[in-house]
Design a binder for this molecule. Structure first.
Ligand code: ADP
Ligand code: ADP
Length: 239
């Protein structure tokens, strides 16, 4: 059974832009797939559908065989909790500390009253601290996010997703704004974590060389369609 499955996905934005046409994708447990393609190819739209943020116009997304559509309330939260997201915009709380931001990964799916947020469970705090430490943020836990470098902020976003202890990690251009050396380091960290935890990952990457070095499978997109879907070793420069 694939861990994550997109079946005949089409998606059009409200203004009529058809961003995905009949996209199908299966990612096995423990597999890392990199999605490649020029700007506008539909990578982010696909990612948002896989994340359950965009209901597709046609087709279906399934996690462990279970369709996203029709889930409500607790069942939808439980599904969302299994899927860690790292998006381009990071969506960090700028004025909060590194630790608070990573803790959000633990708390976001718990229906806590805001007035009780200070009563964070010790177990949640320990998991968040461990996730931050694994990404080299151990010394920065009390530092505010708005005082961090780009690479550090990116690591906070990854730590937050990992603190959720998901079984799927989705990352949309996780290193788009970093210089190539830093980018390779951050992607290396993601891959190491994904392998260590046996997660399933889909990464949108525009750096083809980096994708070939790090992913098991490469999925090439153009104009909203899947152009190729191959083991990384089989992808040549002609693709
Ligand atoms: P990529 O991530 O590969 O750059 P996107 O998924 O962002 O591609 O975009 C796919 C297509 O959908 C493009 O034609 C883009 O212009 C269009 N698009 C993206 N977001 C929106 C939106 N919010 N409204 C309308 N069209 C959009
Ligand atoms: P509601 O309108 O009651 O919030 P919907 O099921 O229409 O419920 O959509 C809410 C969210 O559920 C969407 O934002 C999307 O994340 C997810 N969703 C719904 N249908 C699908 C689907 N077929 N595939 C993937 N995600 C879906």
């Amino acid at each position: 059974l694939p861990r994550l499955e997109a079946d005949g996905l089409s998606f059009s934005y409200p203004d009529g832009t058809a961003a995905l046409h009949e996209v199908s994708l299966r990612v096995a447990p423990g597999e890392i797939a990199a999605v490649l393609g020029r700007s506008g190819a539909g990578k982010s739209t696909l990612m948002r559908c896989l994340a359950g943020l965009h209901p597709p116009t046609r087709g279906e997304v399934r996690h462990d065989g279970q369709p996203y559509a029709g889930l409500r309330g607790r069942a939808r939260r439980a599904r969302a909790e299994r899927i860690g997201l790292v998006f381009q915009e990071f969506q960090l709380v700028e004025r909060a500390t590194v630790l608070s931001n990573v803790l959000i990964g633990r708390l976001v799916y718990q229906p806590l009253l805001p007035s009780l947020l200070h009563l964070v469970r010790r177990a949640d705090r320990e998991i968040a601290v461990a996730a931050a430490a694994r990404l080299g943020l151990g010394e920065l836990l009390r530092k505010r996010v708005d005082a961090l470098s780009g690479g550090q902020r990116q690591r906070v976003a990854i730590a937050r997703a990992m603190a959720q202890q998901p079984d799927v990690l989705l990352a949309d251009e996780p290193v788009a704004n970093l210089d190539p050396v830093l980018a390779a380091g951050v992607v290396g960290d993601i891959v190491e974590l994904v392998r260590a935890e046996s997660l399933t990952a889909v990464l949108n990457l525009h750096d083809v060389a980096l994708a070939r070095r790090t992913a098991d499978r490469l999925v090439g997109m153009r104009a909203g369609r899947v152009l190729f879907d191959l083991p990384a070793a089989d992808v040549t420069d002609d693709h």
